[in-house]
Structure formats: structure tokens, C-alpha cells
Design a protein around this ligand. Structure first.
Ligand code: ZN
Length: 876
């Protein structure tokens, strides 16, 4: 069944307030929901009240505290319909359901993880708890009473402020919470159990003291210190940058080990995948620290962009997600290095979102239809959604953008709104018409911009011709031209920037060129000599750019661009043709040779001490095999892509051996471990040098020494990865894997790394290795993190292993999907998206992939989640 945006209408009944009482029991939890409604003005007096359910069991139903005659309602596990309701006066419905948290393997609704009770309600999990108008435009204040065994559950938490608690009969106790901020059901949360806590306080800009608590498993409290620090920095940043203050007396975070996603922004009670809370130097990498900081910030920022102002319907998901990702990106940029952060964001966008946008699962940032909303928590909604917000800031300028945000917070606080409402705030703040710009929300596909330049020495003018084209995507055969903000600058041979006297043919202000027509020629006057153009600086628009620039021009940008993102882009543009050619040559068995300009420029950048180490590490990290495959576009042979890239790595390594050895020695981080961005950057550069050295030296000795000498998880896991991936059959690799396992087998998050490193070992042997690891006693098929680290890394991160020529990798994934789908449809559907680029494979592999997909499609007990993904993947 398909839900359409065009069918949206408000509910017939307004929900005034919600009173919930939970009597917790692992297998028989009793939930009583007292709901007060009144009929919305103007609604047909005969209209019934329709409440959503999902696998529910009604145990009793009262109407204004009286038994309700059976002919006045109809109940199924999926809905409760009540008829003959008052025309105007409010009425109370009391619904009692009995649910089984222990049996809830979907991890949606109320479930159990490591002996505690927790909830996940976004998007439609609340209807697995009680019958309810479970949609984001139904807002009400909630009171929550929790009754449970005192010994097993000393902690009873829900949203809002704590009202009080007391004993409740023998062995039991209760707690009451009240959340005064009207909220939709997807923001409801409950946690009960026995956990350790880290406490702190934060004084808001208006002087209110807020209690901060992070709950983790007993014994893990020290590992929550960094998350607490990140939380306080987030709270401060939102005050300083957006003027947003926290609005309850307490803010709580609970870390749980079984969770489908990263984290959830429930009002006042965020629930996190513990992977994004727990960190210490011994067990967390620099990447883990950066993710924790970003996700803590993300969920906290949702308090304003998501909770105070929420979505009218799920089609508007990017209203909160795209905007909140933009906010967490800005936060991390301010806390760390802005250009390095931008490079990481763009790498992620290109490797995750571009393939989605270019494949069968492509959909607009704001979709118009869905079968299963859980399948729309995508990189398009999140990351492209963030890029669209960023473009608004680029188009309007920072100050006007902030004005628009201020208007948004003032105008819509307490409401459930749409993308149109959001955009209107920026139109009103700027006086600019954003109608054409809004196509970014509605047209799927990554626009391709083709550029060519010509210099007229006589007229001292430079003409830049631009053409834009957005490819067809499922359901959208033709596209309109978009409003594309291109940050652009012209450089002279000596690296200085030209300031053109005037520009015709396109709006150009603040170094941003507005491409609005299908084809457009901008003429820059008063340019003294032939310029080298830098287009889409800072990745101002999420596009593919075709612009033939000579290696010499790219080398000049790599050296002189003041925008360091653009420097990195120039280096990548130098690298790509070499990698693409290498893949083609490898497929043909031809010799692979790398351009000298590229090798020299790259090594010069590596050694350039005026550049921060983190930037140099990014510059040296060549596009991944998946990136190369995406750029090739069709007829992909993963083995050839791999062989080609390996050969290029080896040539760079040999040419730069002395530089890499010197960096490896120089980029140490003496003293006590610190996760700050600067130290992390030094580790990244040092480890990148180590990777290159493993190609130049063809021996595991140096990586083994690095493994033995590592005093933090970043260095340790990097050395282990080199040993396992580059020298998989060596005694050193085997010994190191064993050492790592025995040292960390009691730490689930590190065990995940152990599985992931092995799942990523390239080559056709990977499948047997993965199958063997599934038999390992440490493997836990019900734990999403463990599943993602083994099966997810194999399917998303090991192109030669997963895509081995005989198709066994695809068949294996199909069988896993069918198995996982029985327990956890969301996880199954997510893992299945690893097949989204199957059509670009060479024909034999594509045939194998198609038959694996058809194997899934013909199974008869598929969840809606998996059915939706498999059908779109095959059709698109
Ligand atoms: Zn979010």
C-alpha cells in the first residue's frame, strides 16, 4: 500500500493530552493510555476516531471511564476504530494493551536490550505500544507513569521533567514524568533498568541550570566522559550560533547495545547506539571520537530542529534531518578544521548519496510517495538534505541565512510544518524568489554540470560556458533546470586571484555564480591573462562537474587555491583519470602507468609543512574502489578496479618512499593520548604513510612493529588492517588478529572492529572467511552492530569479495536477508541496499546479482521493508 503526499489531510480529532501508565514486565507489559480528544471544528459529526496499531492486543477499552458497547468499535491488531462520538465536547478514551518487550526483535516500540527496557518510536513504533493517532502532526503534552520491580529496575525514565516517585506495593516502585512541550508520539521514550550514570550540569544563556545525565552499563561510566564534553559544547554552540536554549530541567542520554540506527532525539531522553557514546583511547579510534561528537550534537540540535518544530508528515523528514545534519556539520567544522571536515563530508556524500541518486533507489529529498517510511531514512534525505540547506546559506549569505533561521524558529515554534513553510522563511528574510531553487527538494538525481572556458587576450575577457543536465530517475523521466550556486574563482599563473571588473551573462556576487538556465555563458571582464578557473569551491553544490582541465592547471590549483577543499578536489581530479585508466588497463591486461605530474604533485602535497597533517592525509587517501566504480559508471569489473588501484598505490609508494618514511617518523603524538582534531590529524597522516610504505616495502615487518608499539586504538586497528588486508596469509597477520581478539573479546564495540577488519579483506576468499566468522562464538546474529560489522562491511565495503565473479557473494547476501528479515526487517532492508548499483556491473556479475534479488523477491513472507527495497532495486 502506497502513501501519497497529495492525500495529506489533518486528523478529524484533536488530541488534547496523553496519560500513559506502564506496568513493566519482560513478557507481559500492561500499557494503559488515557487520551483526551475533541472533534476538530468543521469535521463531519459522524466521522469515527481511527487509531493506529501494529501487532497489538487490546485488553480493555473505556469511553469516559465506562465500558464501551461492542457495536461502537472495531479492533484489529492494526487499528482501533471508535464510532458515535460527541460532536463538540471533549471525551476520554482509555486503551489498555498487553505487549511483550522480550519478543520484540524488530527493535521498534518497547523492547529489551541487555536486561533493560527501552523504546524506539520513530517513525511508526509508538503504534506497537498502544493504539494511537501515530503521526507527527498530532502534538500533545504527555504524563508518563512507570511501575516496575525495584531491584531489576532502579531506574525509571521518560520524557520531560521528573514529577516524583515512591514505593508501589511489595518489591515494586513507580516514577512519574511530565513533558510540558506538546510532542508527536515518535518522540516518546521510556527506559527502565539498572544502569550507571555520569552527571554534570549546564547553565543556559538565560541562567537556568540543567542537569545532564548519561546512562551507560555499570562499569562503563569513564567511557562516557567524551560524550558529556561533546554535549556541553553542543549546548553552548547552539546558543552562540543559533540563539537556541535548552528548555527542560534535565537532559538525559541512554546508551544501549541493540539499536537499529545511530541514535534518537526523544524529547529530553535521547537514546543512543552505545557505539556513539562510549569512547576511551584504548578502545576508540579518532573516527569514533569524531562520530560521537557529531551524533551527540545532531540529536541535541534536534531539540529545536525536529522537536520544538516538527514535521507535518513523514514526507517532510528532510525538514528536520537535512537541517539538523547541516547544523551538526557546522558544529564539527567550528570545533575542528573546516576544510578537512568539508572534505570528509563530500567524500561521504559522493560514496553514499551519489550512488543512491544514480541508481534504482533514487528519490527526491522530499519524496511524494512511499510504501515503508523506514526506507526513507536515507543519505538523500539526510546528506543531500543538508547540502540543500547549505546551498540556501550560500545563496543568501550567512547573515541573511541566519535571519531566515530566526524567522523559522519564531514563526513555527510548537508547530508541525512543511518544506514550503521552511523555504518561505528564507524568501521572506531575503526578498529572493526561491521557487526554482526548491526543485532541489523535488527533483531526484545528481545534476551534471559541463563547463568549458575560453580566454580572449585582446578583450581581456574570459568566457565560461556552463550546461546543466539532471539525469532521469525512477518516476521522473524529465527534469527542469535547477538554480545551482557555484562558488567560483579565477587564478593567475602566479597563484594570485583575479578580481574581474564585471561579469555578464550570469549573476555573480560574493564569488558565487548563479547557474539557472540549461545553458549559460558567463563573461568575466578585465582578466589580465588566461585564468585557471576553480569551480564549485567548497563543493557549493552537490553536482557532478565535467570540466576538462590540464594536469598543469590542476596542479596550480592544488598549490595555490585559498579554499583548501578545492585544493583537495584538484588533487582528486588529477588522481581520477589515472585510476580510471588503470582499471581499464587492468581489465585488458595492459601495463599500468601513472602520470608523473600527478605523482609529483601528490608527494609534494604530502611533504608540504604549511598544510595541516589532516589535510595531507585526506589528499593522500585516493578515491576508493567504489568511488572509481561509480566514476566508471558501467560495465564494472571489481577485480580490475582493485588491481588498477593497487598498481597506482604501489607506484606512488615507490616514488614517495623517502617522504612516507620521513612522515612516519615525524608524525608521532608523544605524551598522553588526546582525541583532539590536531593530534588525530597527525595520526591520520602517519597511518596513511604507513599504508603507502606497506606497498613500497612488500613486507609486513613495519606494520607488525606498528601493531606491537601502538598505544591507542586508532594506530592499533590501522596496523591490524594493513596486516590483514595487505598480508592476509602472513603469520604476522594471523598472530595479530588473534592477539587483538583475545585482548578485546569482552568489549563488544572492539569485537565489532575485529569482525569488520576481516570482512573487508579483499579477494574471492572473503566469502568463506565471512561464513566461518558467522560460526565464531563471538558472532551474535541478533545484534545489529555485530551484523553490520560483518555482513554490512562485506556487502558495502568489500567490492572484490562481495562481487566475486561466480556470484556467490550476492547469493549469500540474499540468504542472509531472508533470515534477518524474520526478526528485524529494518536491518534487513538496510543491508539489502548494498545491491543498489547492481546494474552497473559487467554483464555476468549483473546476471548473478539479478537472480539473487529475484530469489529474495519470490519469497512469500517478506516484510514490507524488504519487499519495497527489492522491488524498487529490480525495477529502477
Ligand atoms: Zn536526525
Amino acid at each position: 500500500q502506497v502513501i501519497n503526499l497529495a492525500d495529506y489531510r489533518p486528523t478529524d480529532f484533536v488530541l488534547e493530552r496523553v496519560d500513559l501508565t506502564f506496568e513493566l514486565d519482560p513478557t507481559e507489559t500492561k500499557v494503559e493510555a488515557r487520551l483526551i480528544f475533541h472533534r476538530r471544528e468543521g469535521v463531519d459529526p459522524s466521522a469515527p476516531l481511527i487509531l493506529d496499531g501494529d501487532e497489538l492486543n487490546l485488553s480493555s477499552l473505556l469511553f469516559d471511564q465506562n465500558e464501551l458497547a461492542p457495536e461502537r468499535y472495531t479492533v484489529t491488531p492494526e487499528s482501533l476504530v471508535i464510532r458515535d462520538l460527541p460532536e463538540t465536547v471533549p471525551f476520554e478514551v482509555t486503551v489498555t494493551t498487553i505487549i511483550n518487550p522480550e519478543a520484540n526483535t524488530q527493535l521498534m516500540g518497547l523492547y529489551r536490550t541487555s536486561g533493560i527496557y527501552c523504546t524506539q518510536c520513530e517513525a511508526e513504533g509508538f503504534r506497537r505500544i498502544t493504539y494511537f493517532p501515530d503521526r507527527p502532526d498530532v502534538l500533545a503534552p504527555y504524563t508518563v507513569n512507570i511501575i516496575a520491580d525495584k531491584d531489576a529496575n532502579p531506574l525509571l525514565l521518560s520524557n520531560g521533567n521528573f514529577l516524583g516517585g515512591a514505593g508501589y506495593g511489595p518489591g515494586k516502585h513507580f516514577a512519574a514524568w511530565f513533558d510540558p512541550h506538546p510532542k508527536p508520539s515518535y518522540l516518546f521514550a521510556l527506559v527502565a533498568g539498572d544502569l550507571g550514570v555520569v552527571e554534570d550540569t549546564f547553565t543556559t544563556m538565560s541562567g537556568r541550570e540543567v542537569v545532564l545525565k548519561i546512562y551507560v552499563e555499570h562499569g562503563k561510566e569513564p567511557r562516557a566522559a567524551y560524550a558529556m564534553d561533546a554535549l556541553k559544547r553542543s549546548m553552548k554552540w547552539d546558543e552562540e550560533v543559533f540563539g537556541r536554549e535548552y528548555d527542560l530541567d534535565i537532559f538525559m542520554i541512554v546508551a544501549v547495545s541493540d539499536f537499529n540506527m545511530g541514535a534518537m532525539e526523544n524529547k529530553g531522553l535521547n537514546i543512543f547506539n552505545d557505539k556513539y557514546v562510549l569512547a576511551d583511547p584504548e578502545t576508540a579510534t579518532d573516527a569514533d571520537y569524531a562520530n560521537i561528537e557529531a551524533i551527540i550534537a545532531h540529536e541535541y540540535f534536534h531539540n529545536w530542529t525536529g522537536n520544538r518544530i516538527t514535521c507535518r508528515d513523514w514526507f517532510q523528514l528532510c525538514l528536520k534531518e537535512g537541517l539538523t545534519v547541516y547544523r551538526d556539520h557546522e558544529f564539527s567544522s567550528d570545533q575542528r578544521s573546516r576544510p578537512v571536515k568539508r572534505i570528509a563530508e563530500v567524500r561521504h556524500l559522493k560514496s553514499e548519496q551519489f550512488p543512491e541518486d544514480g541508481g534504482p533507489l533514487a528519490h527526491p529529498v522530499r519524496p511524494t510517495k512511499y510504501r515503508e517510511i523506514n526506507n526513507f531514512y536515507t543519505t538523500t534525505v539526510y546528506e543531500k538534505g543538508s547540502e540543500v540547506t547549505r546551498m540556501i546559506a550560500t545563496l543568501l549569505g550567512r547573515e541573511t541565512f541566519k535571519k531566515g533561521m530566526g524567522l523559522y524558529f519564531d514563526r513555527h515554534d510548537g508547530q508541525a510544518v512543511t518544506i514550503e513553510d521552511f523555504v518561505k522563511c528564507f524568501e521572506d528574510a531575503s526578498g529572493r524568489d526561491l521557487a526554482q531553487f526548491s526543485l532541489w527538494y523535488h527533483q531526484a538525481g545528481t545534476p551534471l554540470v559541463t563547463a568549458s572556458g575560453s580566454y580572449d587576450a585582446g578583450a581581456k575577457s574570459f568566457s565560461l560556458s556552463l550546461e546543466q543536465m539532471t539525469p532521469a530517475t525512477p518516476g521522473q523521466p524529465t527534469k527542469e533546470p535547477m538554480h545551482i550556486p557555484l562558488s567560483l574563482a579565477l587564478f593567475a599563473e602566479d597563484g594570485s586571484k583575479f578580481e574581474p571588473a564585471s561579469v555578464d551573462g550570469a549573476e555573480y556576487a560574493g564569488e558565487v555564480l548563479h547557474l539557472t538556465a540549461r545553458t549559460q555563458t558567463a563573461v568575466f571582464h578585465g582578466v589580465a591573462s588566461r585564468p585557471v578557473v576553480s569551480i564549485n569551491r567548497s563543493f557549493s553544490a552537490p553536482i557532478n562537474l565535467h570540466f576538462d582541465q590540464s594536469p598543469a592547471d590542476l596542479a596550480l590549483l592544488a598549490r595555490y587555491e585559498t579554499d583548501h577543499f578545492a585544493r583537495w578536489q584538484a588533487l582528486t581530479d588529477l588522481a581520477l583519470p589515472n585510476l580510471l585508466k588503470a582499471a581499464r588497463d587492468a581489465r585488458e591486461g595492459a601495463p599500468i602507468v601513472c602520470e608523473q605530474t600527478f605523482v609529483d604533485t601528490l608527494i609534494a602535497a604530502a611533504a608540504d609543512e604549511s598544510l595541516e597533517p589532516a589535510f595531507r592525509a585526506q589528499a593522500l587517501a585516493l578515491p576508493s574502489e567504489s568511488d572509481i566504480a561509480r566514476e566508471l559508471g558501467s560495465n564494472i569489473d571489481p577485480d580490475a578496479v582493485h588491481a588498477g588501484r593497487q598498481a597506482i598505490m604501489k607506484q606512488i609508494a615507490e616514488a614517495g618512499k623517502a617522504t612516507f618514511a620521513a612522515l612516519y617518523d615525524a608524525m608521532t603524538t608523544p605524551g598522553e593520548f588526546s582525541p583532539d582534531a590536531k593530534s588525530a590529524g597527525r595520526r591520520a597522516l602517519r597511518n596513511t604513510a604507513l599504508t603507502y610504505l606497506s606497498y613500497a616495502e612488500s613486507s609486513p615487518a613495519r606494520a607488525k612493529a606498528a601493531f606491537d608499539g601502538a598505544n591507542n586504538m586508532t594506530d592499533l586497528s590501522h596496523a591490524l588492517t594493513i596486516l590483514a588486508h595487505r598480508f592476509p596469509d602472513s603469520a604476522e597477520a594471523k598472530a595479530a588478529l588473534e592477539t587483538f581478539r583475545s585482548r578485546f573479546q569482552d568489549n563488544a564495540l572492539v569485537v565489532d572492529k575485529w569482525f569488520a577488519i576481516q570482512a573487508g579483506i579483499p579477494g574471492p576468499g572473503a566469502l568463506d572467511r565471512v561464513k566461518a566468522l558467522m560460526e565464531n562464538p563471538l558472532f551474535k546474529r541478533t545484534n545489529p552492530n555485530r551484523m553490520r560489522s560483518l555482513v554490512g562491511t562485506f556487502a558495502f565495503g568489500n567490492p572484490t569479495g562481495f562481487g566475486r565473479a561466480d556470484g556467490e557473494g550476492y547469493r549469500f547476501l540474499a540468504s542472509q536477508i531472508l533470515d534477518i528479515d524474520q526478526r528485524n526487517p529494518q536491518l534487513a532492508a538496510r543491508l539489502l541496499t548494498s545491491m543498489r548499483s547492481w546494474r552497473s556491473l559487467e554483464s555476468a556479475r549483473a546476471d548473478h546479482a539479478r537472480s539473487a534479488l529475484m530469489e529474495i523477491e519470490k519469497a512469500d513472507s517478506l516484510s514490507t521493508d524488504v519487499r519495497d527495497i527489492v522491488e524498487r532495486t529490480l525495477k529502477g
